[in-house]
Write a protein of this length. Structure first.
Length: 297
């Protein structure tokens, strides 16, 4: 098994299409197909279902995908180490970020990092706080950026910036003009929530427990996988939600949403890294830039 075979497999798995993967890798379609067949034949396994002109991962392929991604990430991390030992700051820095961080806080920081370290290629993946922490633990990413609490002793956590959570509702909701909302009234309305594993949801549920309210006491009408989906549902009079002020800002400014009268405490965005793995100069530079105000606070 070669690293090139792993790269090909991951490209095909991501696109679920041999021709598009070949184009992205600047290889011929036959070379890509041959690499996949070689992997399958050598290990006596089927990695993809062939469904008409489409392909999709088998269950075994899904399991292998995670391992292949981790191996390739570690290989690229090793390449970055060798580059830095040679005195240059170049290579690939893989990071994962939770959705709120990836969408609203991280991009300005990466623009500044690109200007400071133009020869470092940054690859960014997005997920929720739980998946980001897992990526750093497994070595798929060298750095993680999250807004949620992470209880994992193998990971170091560096606070970088503050974020404000807000409760928002549609303009026709009874809370839109109700003034201050007592915590005892939170069960009066349906809630639109992010999925389990989301840092925003975990932070809100921790607040509820601090107010002696069980999260289960709230009627969760919908669980949705992104901030924008949640906000769209609330705009359609689906109920209330808690979300980062950064995400809700444009919707509030346009009058599509209204901030309800419940004050929530701020939280922090954090950088995660594995305590026992090599910390590249590139990752140290990115975190230092964030601590120095490289992104809007």
């Amino acid at each position: 098994m070669t690293l090139e075979q792993l790269r090909i497999f991951l490209a095909v798995a991501e696109r679920e299409h041999v021709t598009r993967a070949a184009a992205a890798l600047h290889l011929t379609q036959s070379a890509v197909s041959a690499a996949i067949r070689a992997l399958e034949a050598r290990h006596g396994i089927t990695l993809f279902h062939r469904v008409g002109r489409r392909i999709e991962l088998t269950g075994e392929g899904e399991i292998f995908r995670a391992e292949a991604a981790a191996v390739l990430a570690r290989a690229e991390a090793a390449e970055l180490v060798l580059s830095e030992l040679g005195g240059s700051l170049r290579g690939t820095l893989r990071i994962q970020a939770s959705q709120t961080v990836a969408s609203y806080w991280l991009p300005p920081l990466l623009v500044r990092f690109r200007a400071a370290c133009p020869e470092v290629r940054v690859e960014v993946g997005a997920g929720n706080t739980t998946s980001v922490a897992l990526s750093v633990l497994q070595g798929v990413a060298e750095l993680g950026f999250v807004e949620g609490e992470v209880e994992e002793p193998a990971l170091s956590q560096t606070p970088l910036a503050t974020d404000q959570l807000v409760v928002v509702v549609g303009p026709r909701h009874s809370w839109a003009k109700a003034g201050p909302i007592a915590t005892a009234r939170l069960s009066e309305t349906p809630w639109i929530m992010r999925e389990a594993g989301s840092g925003t949801r975990a932070a809100f549920e921790a607040l509820l427990r601090g107010w002696n309210l069980a999260p289960e006491a709230l009627e969760v009408a919908l669980e949705l996988p992104s901030n924008e989906a949640v906000l769209a549902a609330v705009e359609a009079d689906g109920g209330a939600t808690v979300v980062s002020e950064r995400a809700a800002g444009p919707h509030l400014a346009a009058g599509l949403l209204v901030r309800a009268g419940l004050d929530l405490p701020p939280r922090s965005f954090k950088a995660l890294r594995h305590r026992e793995r090599y910390q590249s100069r590139a990752s140290r530079a990115l975190v230092a830039l964030a601590l120095d105000g490289g992104a809007a606070q």
